[in-house]
Design a protein around this ligand. Structure first.
Ligand code: SF4
Length: 387
């Protein structure tokens, strides 16, 4: 029996793509490029929405998270970055910091008071911190707030910390797991194509090295996400190249849960003035194509801190099923004039979903149901007791 999309796309120039999406057939690289260049936006939206609904029906996911960006000191100098401060061996750069001592306890307690059920840890690449620091960071969170799920450390951090301490990434991840790490975030993937990567994140690890770390995590039973930074200097085929590498990697190890396309925020980066930020239609095209090209990724997530609440809600109709967490204390997007705002809470996210007609479903980073209100209330009350 033909459905509404069948009728609408029957004689449509993009009808060929709909035939494949409906049959669950994979798009080829060339077909992906054709859609991103010539695809009709409303047809792309319908196809992406179909693929999303087929997996998730009316459900959409959100979280309540806090960020701990434990240091902004970094030995690299990616053109895309507004947040890092340079590494100085003798003493910290005046604008650099490392989260230490009571500051960490205060941040954990604030997250617990706000009802957060997960913490995301991402930092710069620095030789200043030893393994004992990471053990302290993870175990302090784990012991102070056992109900909190910890997602942390991008692939380049894992590679660098492992190398610095003469460990394999596998051995480092084992230690991190023992200390409380629950999953690996998707950051640092940027765009895999070497031409663009060289322009925006020179000296960062290669695409293959990024994927190797994630596949190591997957083989250990850890889940991870992937990001895709778009809106810099890419050509359409370089977007599809990125998606294709992820799709192939996922076929091998199957541990990715979400793709998070990130709209580039040029403010305060070395690319400011050379690129001007994305447009709404380009955003919609990228998200829709991601959903229909990545047939083996369960979730397409948007971060409101990059896209703003309005676009976040709109892109729910272009393949998005997950709008991420509240992101208390998010600093990386904020430094690039993103939307980070501690006043925007998980209940605002739930409202965005409800208004869009979705069943707002609170989950942690690996899509386990969020802790009950009772557990969150008890955790907050226990902060009144001394350590
Ligand atoms: S993007 Fe990451 S690795 Fe690159 S300069 Fe910024 S903090 Fe360092």
């Amino acid at each position: 029996m033909p459905n509404t999309i069948d009728l609408l796309l029957k004689n449509h120039p993009d009808g060929w793509a709909w035939t494949k999406v409906r049959a669950g057939e994979r798009l080829t690289l060339n077909e992906g490029v054709r859609l991103i260049c010539e695809g009709d936006l409303s047809a792309l939206g319908m196809m992406a929405d179909y693929a999303r609904r087929k997996r998730w029906g009316g459900k959409a996911f959100y979280g309540n998270s806090a960020n701990i960006n434990h240091t902004n000191e970094c030995i690299l100098d990616c053109d895309l970055c507004a947040w890092k401060r340079p590494f100085q061996p003798k003493r910290l750069h005046p604008e650099a910091y490392v989260v230490e001592g009571d500051d960490l306890i205060k941040r954990i307690d604030e997250a617990v008071r706000q009802g957060a059920w997960e913490i995301h840890i991402v930092g710069g690449i620095t030789p200043r911190l030893d393994l004992g620091y990471y053990e302290w960071l993870l175990t302090t969170i784990r012991d102070r707030a056992p109900h909190i799920f910890i997602q942390g450390f991008t692939a380049i951090e894992i590679r660098y910390i492992a190398k610095l301490h003469r460990l394999t990434p596998h051995a480092l991840l084992e230690k991190f797991q023992t200390w409380g790490l629950g999953s690996v975030p998707g950051g640092g993937a940027e765009l895999f194509h070497p031409r663009v990567r060289n322009l925006i994140a020179k000296n960062k690890e290669s695409a293959e090295e990024w994927i190797e770390i994630h596949q190591t995590a997957h083989r250990m039973g850890l889940h991870s996400n992937a990001t895709m930074l778009y809106g810099t200097l890419e050509e359409p085929h370089e977007i599809v190249h990125h998606l294709d590498m992820l799709r192939n990697a996922q076929d091998e190890t199957g541990g990715f849960l979400a793709l998070i396309p990130l709209a580039f925020l040029p403010a305060n980066t070395k690319l400011e003035g050379k690129v001007h930020g994305t447009t709404g239609t380009y955003d919609a095209r990228i998200f829709a194509l991601s959903r229909i090209f990545l047939d083996n990724f369960p979730h397409i997530r948007i971060l409101w801190t990059y896209q703003g609440p309005r676009m976040t809600q709109t892109l729910l109709s272009y393949g998005v099923d997950d709008i991420g967490g509240a992101s208390l204390d998010e600093e990386i997007a904020r430094e690039a004039a993103g939307y980070s705002d501690n006043a925007f809470t998980a209940s605002h996210l739930a409202r965005l979903l409800a208004e869009a007609g979705r069943e707002a479903t609170p989950v942690d980073s690996i899509y386990n149901p969020a802790p009950s209100r009772q557990v969150l209330k008890q955790a907050s009350a226990s902060l009144l007791s001394p350590l």
